[in-house]
Design a protein around this ligand. Structure first.
Ligand SMILES: Cc1cc2nc3c(=O)[nH]c(=O)nc-3n(C[C@H](O)[C@H](O)[C@H](O)COP(=O)(O)O)c2cc1C
Length: 191
């Protein structure tokens, strides 16, 4: 696959930003421990308000742990994510010593961004899923009330799309983006 057929950057940016995308076809190969921990370490270098680092990650890379995750992931996502060798639940602590945190979700989003880029840099693919039962995940994983669950990220090596359903085979290509002038506003916001 030639990325240029799907994505081009108008300005001079690091290629990793357009080379990262979210395939659904995984190979079952395990991720070496140092590689996986390196990806999580990159996430932990994300900036956060007052350096509180509200993000937390629960990883599932054994059959037993992955099965526990499958119990709360939506059926539509289960059709493809079961081949991924590891799943990472991304969540954040919604409280600080001084009361509610107003930036925990923003900070955790940053950490997920770093995670996905470091994974791409290491030749891995990631695919975030918001489609899972958050209450069940909290119950099954023993997560206290004050944590907000954001996404389960499937991570591994890219596989052959022939292993996907027909619908997902058709979608198995990098998506585009709207143009920058629809996203960036000069001086004042216009809706
Ligand atoms: C928070 C979040 C939740 C998502 N939930 C799902 C999901 O439940 N199922 C799925 O197939 N893709 C899901 N995605 C993947 C997005 O659809 C994908 O990132 C988006 O279309 C942009 O494509 P790209 O990542 O290939 O650039 C999710 C992504 C994010 C960041």
């Amino acid at each position: 696959m030639n990325m240029k057929d799907y994505r081009t950057a108008k300005y001079n940016i690091e290629p990793i930003f357009i080379n990262r995308w979210s395939p659904r076809a995984f190979r079952e190969d395990e991720i070496p421990e140092k590689t996986l921990l390196g990806v999580l370490e990159a996430a932990s270098w994300a900036p956060s308000a007052a350096n509180i680092q509200p993000w937390r990650f629960v990883i599932a890379r054994t059959e037993k742990d992955r099965n526990r995750f499958y119990s709360f992931i939506n059926d539509g996502n289960l059709t493809w994510c079961k081949k991924a060798p590891a799943l990472i639940l991304v969540m954040s602590k919604t409280t600080t010593e001084r009361g509610p945190s107003i930036s925990h979700a923003f900070d955790a989003g940053s950490a997920w961004g770093f995670l996905s880029l470091e994974a791409a840099h290491k030749g891995l693919i990631t695919h975030a899923m918001g489609g899972f039962d958050r209450n069940k995940a909290k119950e099954v994983l023993g997560i206290p009330e004050e944590y907000q669950l954001h996404a389960v990220v499937a991570i591994g090596y890219q596989g052959d799309k022939k292993g996907l359903s027909e619908v997902h085979q058709e979608r198995e290509k990098p998506s585009g983006r709207r143009s920058l002038d629809e996203t960036v506003f000069e001086g004042k916001f216009e809706s």
